[in-house]
Structures are given as C-alpha cells and as structure tokens.
Design a protein. Structure first.
Length: 101
C-alpha cells in the first residue's frame, strides 16, 4: 500500500518521504490521496467526522450558544441576577451567528 501511495506522490516508498510529500502536495492531490485511502478500506477517524459534521457545517457555534442560553434558567437567574448578562450574551451570539452564516 505504501508503494501505491508513493507512486501517486512521485516519491520514495518510505513513511517519512510520503509524509513530507503529502504535506507539500496540492489540495487536489491531497483529496485524491483521501479518496485512495477510502478505496483501500480506511475510514475517517472520530475527529475528522466531528469536524465535518459540527464545524464544517457551522452547527457547533449554534449548539454552544444555545446550550449557554439554556443554562440560564429562571431558577439560577433569580438566585444570581448577574447571569442575566450571560444569557443575553448567549442569545445575542445565536442571533449574530445566524446572521453571519
């Protein structure tokens, strides 16, 4: 498998040479290498899937701001009125994120 990858990158079939060639490769070549890895049976890891779903689609900021807004329930708000500012900032963050997207 290293020989196939090295042939596509035009480098020696050595792990370090492949790593260096992949770092210097164009984005289109890197995309081809990702497709080749999938064809060889490798799947993306957990962090790659998280990045694609949460960060790549822009859902993560919305979920974070909505979570902070949900944490400012009326019970804690009545006990500590300063949390009103946190809740207001969270709601403004949701609004700004939706407008920015």
């Amino acid at each position: 498998q290293l020989a196939v990858i090295a042939a596509k990158l035009h480098c020696a079939p050595d792990v370090h040479a492949i790593k260096e060639a992949l770092a210097l490769a164009l984005p289109s070549v890197q995309s081809q290498m990702e497709n080749l890895a999938v064809d060889m049976g490798y799947t993306p890891g957990v962090l790659a899937l998280f990045y694609k779903v949460a960060i790549g689609s822009g859902v993560a900021p919305l979920v974070i701001f909505m979570g902070v807004g949900a944490m400012t329930d009326f019970g804690p708000l009545l006990a500590n009125p300063r949390t009103l500012l946190l809740g207001a900032a969270a709601q403004f963050g949701i609004f700004a994120t939706v407008l920015g997207a």
